[in-house]
Design a protein around this ligand. Structure first.
Ligand code: PEP
Ligand code: MG
Length: 880
C-alpha cells in the first residue's frame, strides 16, 4: 500500500516534492537534532489523490492519519481530544514551492469546551487556555469554514473598547471567556450549527481545507504568476503545539539570517512575548527587533543565534526561520531559504563564496536571472507602492516603473515630452509610427497586444517600462480618454504603471534608481567565465548599442533597419520611395535615403567597435510607413507635388488583408531589388569608412529576413555581393562581411540544408517562427493565450518561452541540416526568446553560438547562459 503520511523523523530536506518545503525542512531540522515539536506530514501525493477521489478523504488515508496521530500521542505522552493531558496540534499547508497567502495556519486544534477546562486546570493558567481557544475558533472558522476574519476582529475590538484596553494581552480571563462565547455565537449564526466539538472532525475538516486551498483563486493566480505547475499539490503538516502565549516567559518570532533587503550578514527579525505566531505578522502589537531578545532572555537568544548559524551553514543559504519560546525553552517551527531582493540575492551569493561556503558556480546557480531586472530599471519605491491601489492589470511587458500624464497619440506625447512633461503613452496598440512618441514617454500602456506586440518589443529594446494587453482599460483615442468600468481618465490625468507586474495605478508614485553594487559585477564575471553561449543584443541605434555594451553585449544580433526609417527627417523620403510608380522614381528616393542609412551604420559600427554587427534588410509591410488619415495623405501629396486622389489610391492599393503574411521580409527585396542594393551599399560603405578612418576592424553581417526558399536568398545574394564586393574592391582595403539569413518561416527551417548553401549564418527569428508554426498571430494572441495558460493547455505563453516541442524541433532540425552542409555555420537566435532564461537553456543545448536580446536583457542572458552550461556539466557528472 502506498504511504501517504510521514513522521518528521522519516523525512529529509531533499523530499520537497513529496513533503512540501515546510514538511521537508521540519524533517531535516528534527533529524539534525534541533528542538522541533514532533509531528507528521501528509504528502502532496495525498492531495492529488484527494482530487482523484472526488474531493474525499478516502478510508485508507483516514486510517493512516489517525495511526500517525497515535504515534504522536505516544511521543508526546498526550492524548488528542481529551484525557488528563490533551494533545493540541497545528495544521499548516506546505507546497513544494512556498506560496505565501495560499492558506493560513490553524493553531491550537484539538480544543473544545471540555479540553479547554483541562488545559486550564493543568496549566493553572485560565487566561492562556481561553486565549488559545478564542484564537482556535477564529482561525478554524476563517480558514476552514470561510467565515470572514473581520467579523471576529470586530467582536474583539468591541470587547477591547468596552474594557478600555488597547492590547489583547490586557484582556483578562473573564474578558476572554466573553470573547469565546461571542465567537461561538457568531459561528452558529453564520453556519447554522454549533462550533464543532469533536477534535477528530476538526482535524479532518482542516486537512480537507488545506487540500482545497491548493485550488483556491489566490493560489491559482500565484501559481500562474510564478510558473508553478498546477499538478504538484500541497502537503499538510500536523505538529504538536508549543505555546508562545502562556505568559511573559513565552514568545514567538521570525528572523532572517541576513538582511533580506540588502543581504547584509546580520540577524534580522522580530518577536513578540506572550503571543502566538499570527500576532507578529498581524500587527496587533508592535514586535521588537530580534537583538532585544538578548535583553529579555540571554540564554534563549544565544541559543537562537547558534541555531540560526547552524541552519545557515547546513543549508548554505540565507534562512527565514520561525520560532516559539515556551516557558523559556526554544522551539524551531520552520526554516526555509529566505526570499530577498535582487540586490540581497547578489550580495548573499557573493559573500557566501567569500566565506568559503559556496563555490563560484554554485553562487551563479543561486541567482534567478529574471531577478536581475530589478537592478537594471528604476523601480517604484517599495513604501510608496504599498500605499497605492492598482486600478487595472495587463501584461508585464517591459520592466520598470513610470508615472506621468496620459497622452493618446504619439504626436501629443512628443509635444508634451518636449515641453518637459512626464508622459505615459496610452494606445489601443502601438505601431512603428508611434516610435517617437514612445521615445518621449516614461512608459507605454496598451489595451491590446501580447508580450511580443510592437509596444512590448520596442519598449524592451529601449529599456522603457511597458504594460501591454491591458484589457481592463477601454481606450478611445479620438475622445482622448480611457475608461476602467465607469471611471473615465482624460488626457493629462496622472497615472503610474509597473512594467514588472503589469499593474496600473492612479496618480504619481515615487521611484528609486537601483544601485548597481560591486557584487553585481563580481557575480557576472563568474558567470562569464563559465558560459559557452555568446550574448549579443538587438539594437537599432548607437545609444542602445552603447547601453548594451555596458551591460556586456558581445555584438549586435539584430539591427532592425526599419526603425531608422521612421525618423522625422527621413519618413518623407521613405514614403516617396514607396509611392514611386517607376524604378526611376524609386531610385531618386533611394538616393536620398542612402546617406542617412550610411550615417546610422557608421554610428552603430563605431559604438560596437570590433564586435560583429548583424544588420537586417527591411522587413515590415511597406504600408506601415504610409499615412492613413486623409489629412496626412493631403499633406504628403502636397510635399510630393502629386494629387491627393492619386496618392490616396496608391495608399489603398498597398492595403493588405494579412500584412504579417504579405508583402514583407525578403519579398520586398525580390520586388524592389534596388532597395536591397541601397541598404547593402549603406552598410558596406559605412563599414569601409569606419575601418579606414577609425581603424576599427568592422565585422558586418548582412541578414535577409523571412526566407522560406533558398532561391529567394540566392536572388538577393547576387545583388548584395555584387554591390558589396565592388565597394570593397574600389576602397582598396580588406573588409570581410558575411551574408546570412533569418530562419523564421517553417519552410526555411525544414530546407535549412539548401539554405545553408547560400547563408553563412542563421539567426532564428523565433517571434515569426512561433507565429507561423502555431498559426497564432503574434499581435492578437495575447487575447486568448491567457486562457490557454489559465486552463492549463499551455504552461507558458509560447511567445515568451520557446515552445521546445514544436518550434524547438524546427530549430534543432535546421541546426542539424545547416551544419551538415556548412559545418562552420554561425548560429544564433534574435527573437524575443533570446532573453528568456528557459529558452536560452534550450539554445545552449541545441548548440547555438549566441543569443541576442534587448540591451536590458543582456545581463540576464549572460547569467542564464552560464547556468545552462553549469546544468549541462552537472548532467554529465550525474550520468558518469
Ligand atoms: C523574429 O521574428 O523573431 C524577429 C526577430 O523579427 P521581428 O520580430 O522583427 O519580426
Ligand atoms: Mg521576424
Amino acid at each position: 500500500m502506498k504511504k501517504y503520511v510521514y513522521n518528521f523523523k522519516e523525512g529529509k530536506a531533499s523530499m520537497k516534492d513529496l513533503l512540501g518545503g515546510k514538511g521537508a525542512n521540519l524533517a531535516e531540522m528534527s533529524n539534525i537534532g534541533l528542538p522541533v515539536p514532533p509531528g507528521f506530514t501528509i504528502t502532496t501525493e495525498a492531495c492529488n489523490e484527494y482530487y482523484n477521489q472526488g474531493e474525499q478523504i478516502w478510508s485508507e488515508l483516514n486510517d493512516e492519519i489517525f495511526s500517525k496521530l497515535k504515534d504522536l500521542e505516544a511521543a508526546t505522552g498526550k492524548t488528542f481530544g481529551g484525557g488528563s493531558n490533551p494533545l493540541l496540534v497545528s495544521v499548516r499547508s506546505g507546497a513544494k514551492f512556498s506560496m505565501p497567502g495560499m492558506m493560513d495556519t490553524i493553531l491550537n486544534l484539538g480544543l473544545n469546551d471540555e479540553v479547554v477546562e483541562t488545559v486550564k486546570n493543568n496549566t493553572g493558567n485560565e487566561r492562556f487556555a481561553l486565549d488559545s481557544y478564542r484564537r482556535f475558533i477564529q482561525m478554524f472558522s476563517d480558514v476552514v469554514m470561510e467565515i470572514p476574519k473581520p467579523r471576529f476582529e470586530k467582536i474583539l475590538d468591541a470587547i477591547k473598547e468596552e474594557k478600555h484596553v488597547k492590547y489583547d494581552t490586557d484582556l483578562t480571563a473573564s474578558d476572554l471567556k466573553d470573547v469565546v462565547e461571542r465567537f461561538k455565537d457568531l459561528y452558529k449564526k453564520e453556519k447554522g450549527e454549533s462550533f464543532p466539538q469533536n477534535p477528530r472532525e476538526q482535524l479532518l475538516h482542516s486537512v480537507t481545507a488545506v487540500f482545497r486551498s491548493w485550488n483556491n483563486e489566490r493560489a491559482i493566480i500565484y501559481r500562474a504568476m510564478n510558473n508553478i505547475p498546477g499538478n504538484l499539490g500541497t502537503a499538510v503538516n500536523i505538529q504538536s503545539m508549543v505555546f508562545g502565549n502562556m505568559g511573559n516567559d513565552c514568545g514567538t518570532g521570525v528572523a532572517f539570517t541576513r538582511n533580506p533587503s540588502t543581504g547584509e550578514r546580520k540577524l534580522y527579525g522580530e518577536f513578540l512575548m506572550n503571543a502566538q505566531g499570527e500576532d507578529v505578522v498581524a500587527g496587533v502589537r508592535t514586535p521588537q527587533t530580534i537583538d532585544k531578545l538578548g535583553e529579555i532572555n540571554k540564554e534563549v537568544y544565544d541559543q537562537f543565534v547558534s541555531v540560526a548559524n547552524l541552519l545557515e551553514d547546513h543549508y548554505r543559504d540565507m534562512q527565514d526561520i520561525e520560532f516559539t519560546i515556551e516557558k523559556g525553552k526554544l522551539f524551531m517551527l520552520q526554516t526555509r531559504n529566505g526570499k530577498r531582493t535582487a540586490a540581497a540575492t547578489l550580495r548573499v551569493a557573493v559573500e557566501l563564496v567569500e566565506e568559503g561556503k559556496l563555490s563560484k558556480e554554485e553562487a551563479v546557480m543561486r541567482v534567478d536571472p529574471m531577478q536581475l531586472d530589478q537592478l537594471l530599471h528604476p523601480n517604484f519605491d517599495t513604501e510608496a507602492l504599498k500605499k497605492a491601489t492598482s486600478i487595472a492589470k495587463g501584461l508585464p511587458a517591459s520592466p520598470g516603473a513610470a508615472s506621468g500624464k496620459v497622452y493618446f497619440t504619439a504626436a501629443a506625447a512628443v509635444h508634451a515630452g518636449k515641453n518637459g512633461e512626464k508622459v505615459v503613452l496610452v494606445r489601443q496598440e502601438t505601431s512603428p509610427e508611434d516610435i517617437e512618441g514612445m521615445i518621449e514617454s516614461q512608459g507605454i500602456l496598451t489595451a491590446r497586444g501580447g508580450m511580443t506586440s510592437h509596444a512590448a518589443v520596442v519598449a524592451r529594446g529601449m529599456g522603457k517600462c511597458c504594460v501591454a494587453g491591458c484589457e481592463d482599460i477601454k481606450v478611445n483615442e479620438d475622445a482622448k480618454q480611457f475608461s476602467i468600468g465607469s471611471k473615465i481618465y482624460n488626457e493629462g490625468d496622472l497615472i503610474s504603471i509597473n512594467g514588472s507586474t503589469g499593474h496600473v495605478y492612479e496618480g504619481v508614485i515615487a521611484t528609486k534608481t537601483p544601485e548597481m553594487s560591486g557584487h553585481f559585477g563580481t557575480l557576472m564575471a563568474w558567470a562569464d567565465d563559465v558560459r559557452k553561449l555568446k550574448v549579443r543584443t538587438n539594437a537599432d541605434t548607437p545609444k542602445d548599442a552603447q547601453q548594451a555594451v555596458k551591460f556586456g553585449a558581445e555584438g549586435i544580433g539584430l539591427c532592425r533597419t526599419e526603425h531608422m526609417f521612421f525618423d522625422e527627417d527621413r519618413i518623407p523620403a521613405v514614403r516617396e520611395m514607396i509611392i514611386s510608380e517607376t524604378l526611376e522614381e524609386r531610385k531618386v528616393a533611394l538616393v536620398k535615403l542612402l546617406p542617412m542609412q550610411r550615417e546610422d551604420f557608421v554610428g552603430i559600427f563605431e559604438a560596437m567597435e570590433a564586435r560583429p554587427v548583424t544588420i537586417r534588410l527591411l522587413d515590415p509591410p511597406l504600408h506601415e510607413f504610409l499615412p492613413h488619415a486623409d489629412e496626412d495623405i493631403k499633406e504628403l501629396a502636397k510635399t510630393m507635388g502629386i494629387e491627393f486622389e492619386t496618392l490616396k489610391e496608391r495608399v489603398e492599393s498597398l492595403h493588405e488583408f494579412n500584412p504579417m503574411l504579405g508583402h514583407r521580409g525578403c519579398r520586398l527585396a525580390v520586388t524592389y531589388p534596388e532597395l536591397a542594393e541601397m541598404q547593402a551599399r549603406a552598410i558596406i560603405e559605412a563599414a569601409v569608412y569606419v575601418k579606414k578612418n577609425k581603424g576599427i576592424d568592422v565585422h558586418p553581417e548582412i541578414m535577409i529576413p523571412l526566407v522560406g526558399d533558398v532561391k529567394e536568398l540566392t536572388y538577393i545574394e547576387k545583388i548584395v555581393r555584387e554591390t558589396a564586393d565592388k565597394i570593397i574592391a574600389d576602397s582598396g582595403i580588406k573588409l570581410e562581411y558575411m551574408y546570412g539569413t533569418m530562419i523564421e518561416v517553417p519552410r526555411g527551417a525544414v530546407t535549412a540544408d539548401e539554405i545553408a548553401k547560400s547563408a553563412e549564418f542563421f539567426s532564428f527569428g523565433t517571434n515569426d517562427l512561433t507565429q507561423m508554426t502555431y498559426g497564432f498571430s503574434r499581435d492578437d494572441a495575447g487575447k486568448f493565450i491567457k486562457e490557454y495558460v489559465n486552463k492549463g493547455i499551455f504552461e507558458q505563453d509560447p511567445f515568451q518561452t520557446l515552445d521546445q516541442n514544436g518550434v524547438g524541433k524546427l530549430i534543432k532540425l535546421a541546426v542539424e541540416l545547416g551544419r551538415k552542409v556548412r559545418p562552420e555555420i554561425k548560429l544564433g537566435i534574435c527573437g524575443e526568446h533570446g532573453g528568456d532564461p528557459a529558452s536560452i537553456e534550450f539554445c545552449h543545448k541545441a548548440g547555438l553560438n549566441y543569443v541576442s536580446c534587448s540591451p536590458f536583457r543582456v545581463p540576464i542572458a549572460r547569467l542564464a547562459a552560464a547556468q545552462a552550461n553549469i546544468k549541462d556539466k552537472m548532467g554529465e557528472y550525474s550520468q558518469k
